[in-house]
Design a protein around this ligand. Structure first.
Ligand SMILES: C[S@@+](CC[C@H](N)C(=O)[O-])C[C@H]1O[C@@H](n2cnc3c(N)ncnc32)[C@H](O)[C@@H]1O
Length: 276
């Protein structure tokens, strides 16, 4: 079995494939990382070398392997209430605003949230927890929280809803007690069915439009860092198209899309609104 590093040509071909399928531009200095991650797939599949593995990915038989390869390449790091100020805004301003608008009949009693690139689910579950904290005010509302990701593996894990102490470190102790079941050693926390039922999951590539009704709020965080300008533009176009009139877009600190959001109103450096 080959354990050497990728050759120049193999590296270029892997990077080309990653760019075409996920929009992610891998920097020239990531060869060791890519070699290590591809090697994991060689071990998992029993394919003897890099070039044979590339051939598999390019073939009809490699259809099922391609998402597993992308899983191995992408970074899935996330945790509950990452960037807490954004969740404070969501709870104290956004939810309050939408409740007020519904009371004045300026908004239907429906709320649609999209966590785009949700990884293992901490982001959409954090949003569900914020809504649960105002449960009594959302009686008889139609609430949709959609979590999407390119990777099927992270979505499976999101559906299972089991988290460790590191991932839940910013969940307040009362919410942790109320909405999670801890194991005997308090090292694993499973989200309870009533919160789990609030979120729906869908495998989706942000390079493609997401069909369906528009969203009142979209979280797009910590995914575009490795995308080049062309792919970022595609994603931004698809995300803006999914935003309802008056809807908000929350972006992460590394998205690097500020210059592409000119059609939206800038509310905060990390918060934009569809006013058109
Ligand atoms: C670091 S996680 C971000 C999770 C969460 N949004 C956060 O901010 O904590 C990045 C996720 O983006 C996903 N991803 C990468 N390229 C994607 C694409 N083209 N379409 C959809 N998701 C993608 C990866 O699978 C990964 O789960």
């Amino acid at each position: 079995m080959s354990h050497a590093e990728l050759t120049d040509e193999e590296y270029a071909r892997f990077c080309g494939l990653i760019y075409q399928t996920a929009g992610i531009r891998i920097a020239d200095n990531k060869r060791v990382m890519v070699s290590n991650r591809v090697r994991r797939r060689l071990r998992a599949t029993g394919v003897p070398g890099f070039s044979q593995y590339l051939a598999l990915l390019m073939s009809e038989a490699g259809r099922e392997e391609l998402p597993l390869f992308l899983d191995a390449i992408t970074t899935n790091e996330t945790y509950f209430f990452r960037d807490p100020h954004q969740y404070e805004w969501f709870s104290d301003t956004f939810l309050a605003e939408i409740l007020h608008a519904a009371a004045l009949h300026h908004h239907t009693r429906s709320l649609r949230i999209w966590s785009a690139a949700c990884s293992t689910g901490e982001e959409p579950y954090s949003l569900a927890l914020k809504i649960a904290a105002k449960e009594s005010r959302f009686k008889h509302w139609r609430i949709t929280i959609l979590g999407t990701d390119l990777s099927g593996a992270v979505l499976k894990s999101a559906e299972a809803g089991v988290y460790d102490a590191r991932s839940t470190r910013l969940v307040d102790p009362l919410a942790l007690k109320t909405h999670f079941t801890a194991d005997a050693a308090s090292t694993k926390f499973t989200i309870k069915p009533e919160i789990r039922a609030r979120v729906t999951w869908q495998q989706h590539n942000l390079l493609n439009p997401l069909p369906g009704e528009p969203f009142d709020c979209i979280f797009l965080k910590n995914v575009l860092i490795y995308f080049d300008a062309e792919s970022k533009k595609k994603v931004v176009r698809n995300v803006i198209a999914a935003l309802a009139r008056g809807g908000y877009l929350v972006i992460g600190p590394t998205e690097g899309v500020h210059t592409m959001l000119g059609s939206l109103e800038r509310v905060q450096p990390w918060l934009y609104r569809q006013t058109a």
